[in-house]
Write a protein that binds this ligand. Structure first.
Ligand code: FAD
Length: 436
């Protein structure tokens, strides 16, 4: 098992990263001992869990949140920080199942999700380096054709933000690389410091009365005769009317049904030393976050202290690369050969939760347990939307969850040991297609 997957080898504290080095103070929360009560018990202290707790507390619920390690220890505190619209990776394949209305509802939530993050930052005055501006990069002409169609679609939907196709001749205005044949700027998307966003959200939740316990891995969820739940950790229990599981790719051993539908895949990020202003101007003159279109995609952006934060390298084997810097450096060189042997000050990775159909799994299981997971690498916005939808359901404010509940999610074959190698094989097929 990889170091990043296994807390026994990785420890309970945050792995070293640019985000941890530049984080606001991280108050420690106690670990759970004895018995506590709450109307809702949320498991997992990433964006999904913290925002579900926050949304519920905003609605007056008494909430207990249990995190196995520290707030933001999982993907939420380690990601690329790209705030992108959309839920999942396209709604069209689901039209037969959820109909035109269902597709329209999820598409609308794909826009709402980004506005929700922006609102939250404003409402709770969270300092997390939010910067609007994103550009999708085309690896081949077919991608430009797809961008043009998407731009038209956005216009039809009344998308209020500036969207612009950038042909190859003008791409230097966005990215100083000859690797791409064009791009599409979207000023409704952007980038931010994810760990500081999450810490701000957790602080807001605590102010509203949420009781957070860290270093409190949940070992068992028991449904009692009166339909309430007893949530067990090593040294304590939470009595709650409702339970929401938000462990995502790290949810091992807790709920076999949920675990079988989410596959952990590693993604890795490096941050360079601070670069001269002139270099930053050459690399990303508009300070956009960018991303290419391959299965093994490169995603990168600048930080406020002028580092290139560069991510990619998806692994499905369950093992981390031996040396993340050495593994990612060739990718940086392919994009920016002139950067040469730039010093990489930070290197880290985290686990993405992949679902077979790449649509987030948001719903309620027959055992009454609510959950949100499997954002397939596109979760910064979608976690916030999932949290809102779950809180609306629990407070009986809306039934927006129904559209997600109607989408079936396959259980990966092969059990815990064989799932990853099988996915690795499947992904090899898509990588070969990219190469061709
Ligand atoms: C390297 C990387 C780069 C990424 N880049 C982007 C990006 O740029 N843009 C984007 O939109 N998305 C990105 N993603 C995806 C995004 O980060 C995730 O979709 C999102 O953070 C998922 O949030 P979450 O709260 O569901 O899960 P997580 O943040 O993983 O949190 C789950 C938490 O649950 C806890 N937990 C698990 N089991 C238990 C238990 N039994 N008891 C108690 N606690 C438990 C874990 O300790 C963990 O803290 C990236 C992901 C990675 C790994």
């Amino acid at each position: 098992m990889s170091q990043l997957l296994n807390p026994a080898t990785h420890g309970d504290d945050h792995p070293k990263s640019y985000y941890v080095a530049t984080a606001h103070p991280m108050p420690e929360h106690p670990s759970l001992t004895g018995e506590v009560h709450g109307q809702v018990c949320v498991v997992g202290g990433g964006f999904s869990g913290v925002n579900t707790a926050l949304e519920l507390a905003e609605r007056g619920f008494d909430v207990v949140l249990l995190e196995a390690r520290r707030i933001g220890w999982g993907a939420s505190g380690r990601n690329g920080g790209q705030l992108l619209r959309g839920i999942g990776h396209g709604t069209e394949p689901f039209r037969k199942v959820i109909g035109d209305e269902g597709v329209a509802a999820i598409d609308a939530m794909g826009f709402e999700s980004v506005e929700l993050v922006r609102e939250r930052i404003t409402r709770y005055d969270i300092d997390c380096d939010l910067r609007m501006g994103y550009c999708d990069l085309a690896n081949k002409p077919a991608h430009m054709k797809a961008f043009a169609e998407e731009k038209d679609w956005l216009q039809q939907q009344g998308y209020p933000h500036h969207v612009e196709l950038v042909p190859r001749e003008r791409l230097r205005e966005v990215v100083g690389s000859t690797r791409y044949c064009g791009g599409m700027i979207d000023m409704g998307c952007g980038h931010l410091h994810p760990l500081n966003l999450l810490l701000g959200e957790a602080a807001a939740a605590v102010k509203l009365g949420v009781k957070i316990y860290e270093k409190s891995p949940v070992t068992r969820v028991e449904r009692q005769a009166d339909e309430r739940y007893l949530v067990h950790t090593a040294e304590g229990t939470v009595q709650a009317e409702k339970v929401v599981l938000c462990g995502n790719a790290y949810v091992q051993g807790l709920h076999p049904v949920l675990e079988g539908k989410v596959l952990p895949a590693g993604s890795y990020v490096v941050a360079t030393e601070p670069l001269p202003e002139s270099t930053c101007q050459r690399l990303l003159p508009g300070n956009h976050a960018v991303c290419d279109q391959r299965v093994d995609l490169d995603y990168y952006r600048l930080t406020p202290d002028r580092r290139l934060l560069f991510g990619g390298l998806c692994t499905y084997s369950g093992r981390d690369p031996k040396d993340i810097r050495a593994a990612l450096r060739p990718n940086i060189k392919r994009v920016f050969p002139a950067l040469g042997e730039v010093k990489l000050d930070y290197a880290w990775g985290g686990m993405i939760g992949i679902g077979a159909n790449r649509m987030p799994q948001i719903g309620r299981l027959p055992d009454g347990i609510y959950h949100a997971q499997a954002y397939s690498g596109h979760g910064l916005n979608a976690t916030h939307m999932a949290a809102r939808v779950l809180a609306e359901t629990i407070s009986q404010e809306s039934q927006r969850i129904d559209v997600f509940n109607r989408i079936p999610h396959m259980t990966f074959p092969g059990g815990r040991k064989l799932r990853s190698p099988l996915l690795a094989l499947g992904m090899l097929y898509y990588r070969m297609k990219d190469l061709l």
